[in-house]
Write a protein that binds this ligand. Structure first.
Ligand SMILES: [Mg+2]
Length: 326
């Protein structure tokens, strides 16, 4: 699939990626950067969530600072459900030693009881149903194609790093179907997981695009992202992925990718979070602007760093499991 790369207003500076500290495997550096990227994109995008690109231009010019505010009136450096649900899932994976549906559902339910700053409608509805039935799998629904499962796939990508694809797919569906039991959501989640894992392994982004993003668009043409620039993306997982993939493949630095995607407005905390995850996995810690890392709330930064390392350590201890049917 050809993407014209004409949509970015300015040239992206190419930043050299520094080597990780001696003795630390590169995928560990990139895994931590992916988690920090998720949180940074969430915190950056939340300020302009539900705004149109025009409204953003009028109020901020180019929105490129973590300032808080937005409709949630966040303190600068605070994150939203995208990051906190990911952390809740990652803790459950570490506690149980794998991705398990009931453990994930309980973790999300506990997260909801703690009164998060925001929560999606589909997430709320299906967690209330879990509370009533104890069944951690929501019924399949063509309407539940929001981005709420796709925004929290990172712990699965890290915990299943090095595992066969079928194992990753099975693991993801266990967590995703707690709230989003939908074919398009599954396709998006799986594509993101494989993209993160490819990038952690150091694969060339051009190769990643061909193997993963173009495959998604060929299997589900609704995801074709090479047409019109996706502005003001909604919470529909197709819109979200289109905006993220356009920004990710048309830029050549962590900063340009995130600035491009959040200035599209719409569901900007989630597009920011997903793009930040991919960009972190691609550019590593050295690619993350210091000002953004410093702006992130300390407790969140530490939780992301710790969890990324522990999930990858846990993945490293897993035997190469035989595929589990998806
Ligand atoms: Mg959010």
């Amino acid at each position: 699939m050809f993407w014209t790369r004409e949509l970015i207003a300015r040239n992206a500076p190419v930043r050299r990626r520094a080597a990780p500290p001696p003795g630390e495997p590169p995928h560990l550096d990139r895994g931590v950067a992916a988690y920090l990227g998720l949180a940074i994109g969430d915190a950056l995008g939340a300020t302009v969530e539900f705004m149109t690109p025009n409204e953003i231009r009028q109020r901020h010019g180019v929105h490129d600072q973590i300032t808080g505010g937005g409709w949630l009136r966040l303190k600068a450096g605070r994150v939203t459900d995208d990051t906190t649900m990911s952390l809740a899932l990652g803790d459950a994976i570490l506690a149980t030693g794998g991705v398990e549906a009931t453990a994930a559902a309980r973790a999300f339910d506990d997260w909801m009881r703690a009164k998060p700053v925001d929560i999606g409608n589909t997430v709320r509805r299906n967690l209330v149903a879990f509370r009533q039935t104890g069944n951690p799998q929501a019924p399949a629904s063509e309407h539940d194609a929001g981005n709420g499962a796709a925004m929290r796939v990172l712990p699965v990508a890290l915990a299943c790093y090095g595992q066969p694809e079928k194992t990753c797919i099975f693991a993801n569906r266990a967590q995703a179907h707690v709230t989003h039991h939908n074919v398009l959501s599954d396709a998006a989640c799986e594509t993101l997981i494989f993209m993160v894992q490819d990038l952690l392994a150091g694969r060339d982004p051009i190769d990643v695009e061909r193997r993963r993003a173009e495959k998604l668009a060929s299997q589900h043409p609704v995801f074709a992202y090479d047409k019109k620039r996706c502005e003001n993306p909604s919470g529909y997982v197709v819109d979200t992925l289109k905006a993220v993939l356009q920004s990710f493949f048309a830029t050549e630095s962590f900063e340009d990718c995130l600035v491009d995607v959040v200035n599209r407005g719409g569901d900007a905390d989630t597009t920011g979070a997903i793009a930040g995850m991919l960009a972190g996995a691609r550019y590593g810690l050295e690619g993350i602007p210091r000002r953004w890392l410093a702006a992130l709330e300390d407790t969140t930064r530490q939780a992301c760093e710790r969890q990324a390392k522990n999930l990858l350590l846990q993945a490293g201890m897993q035997p190469q499991a035989s595929p589990t049917p998806a």
